[in-house]
Design a protein around this ligand. Structure first.
Ligand code: AMP
Ligand code: MG
Length: 326
């Protein structure tokens, strides 16, 4: 197998990994990824006051013309909401904060005093007026957009495309805290990816792997970004119907799709949908690996069962052709 070159970094509040199949092109690919992530952060971060998103949220009831990039991110978030009947919904912003996730995750205390938590449906994505042709957005008063799920996945897709173009040849894989997109010609046998609940888990022989050749993969989990307030464990995936952390049977969902954005819509939705998730994933044709609260695995829509020998490589291959509709 040809050697891969890897660059690790941090951005968007998480880890960044850039892998290229042509080691000489690593510098060019990484520079393109850096530019892309800087642009996304400036457009869509809820953690910096000077981002376009923060300025949009600070101007309720006003039509705001946003950049093409923020318009794209908002368009994807609203598309995800429509395709999941609101299981993913960018109007969770206020609920996320009320649950205690009100700054960059690194600044969130692991433990703290009790919070007053109210069961309250989030305002709902239908309340956002968006004209994609004019990049015009109007957010009602009391609605705070949070693009934490979709913008990171979009960043992975855009970075992969930009890195492949900058590299000029070969293939690239971008992982943003486990939201993965690939572009260009994959290594022989595909990109072999270790499937973990925590993107920070070390690569180890014997862990389940899956190979993809195109598209993206995303993992959503209630086990990683979690904190405790007054003895109550909270996490970062909100059920829009209650405004509280989702409480269904799945603690982690990993999905493969034609893009990282699609994979991410489905992985977040699976956690929120709970019991309904497997049927929805089957209907959408998106291979998924679900982990329940006890750690038991459920593979759906063609996600391959690993071979008996735990260290057997190469991984099962998967053709991530499924695309959620527009
Ligand atoms: P992910 O890890 O891709 O599932 O995205 C989770 C992030 O998206 C959270 O940190 C929140 O910023 C935001 N979020 C939480 N719940 C939802 C939801 N139901 N729909 C859309 N975004 C959400
Ligand atoms: Mg994600």
């Amino acid at each position: 197998m040809s050697p891969l070159a890897v660059a690790d970094d941090r951005a968007l509040g998480g880890s960044v990994r850039v892998i290229v199949t042509r080691p000489a092109r690593l510098g060019a690919a990484k520079a393109a990824v850096d530019r892309c992530l800087r642009d996304i952060d400036l457009a869509a971060s809820r953690f910096r006051e000077d981002s376009e998103l923060s300025r949009l949220n600070a101007a309720p009831e006003t039509e705001v013309r946003v950049s093409a990039l923020l318009a794209r991110a908002i368009g994807e978030a609203l598309r995800g909401a429509r395709l999941t009947q609101g299981a993913v919904d960018p109007t969770v912003g206020e609920a996320v904060k009320l649950c205690g996730y009100d700054g960059d995750f690194a600044s969130i205390a692991a433990d703290g005093l009790p919070l007053d938590l109210l069961v309250r449906r989030v305002p709902g994505w239908q309340a956002v007026q968006f004209d994609p042709a004019r990049h015009a957005v109007r957010v009602p008063r009391g609605v705070e957009l949070d693009l934490g799920a979709s913008a990171k996945a979009l960043a992975a897709d855009l970075s992969a495309a930009a890195a492949r173009e900058a590299a000029g040849e070969g293939g690239v894989l971008i992982s943003l805290g486990g939201d993965i997109a690939v572009a260009g010609e994959p290594p022989q046998g595909g990109w072999i990816i270790q499937v973990s609940e925590d993107s920070g888990a070390p690569i180890a022989l014997g862990e389940e792997t899956v190979a993809i050749t195109a598209g993206g993969m995303a993992t959503s989990s209630t086990t990683v970004r979690r904190w405790t307030r007054g003895g109550v464990v909270l996490h970062h995936i909100i059920d829009p119907a209650t405004g509280l952390p989702a409480s269904g049977p799945w603690r982690t969902a990993t999905v493969v799709a034609a893009t990282c954005v699609d994979a991410n819509i489905a992985s977040t939705a699976a956690i929120v949908m709970g019991e309904r998730a497997a049927g929805w994933l089957e209907a959408a044709g998106l291979p998924a690996r679900l982990v329940d609260r006890s750690g038991a695995l459920h593979r759906t829509a063609g996600w391959p069962v690993p071979e008996a020998s735990p260290s057997s490589l190469p991984a099962n291959t998967q053709e991530p052709r499924s695309r959620l509709s527009s």
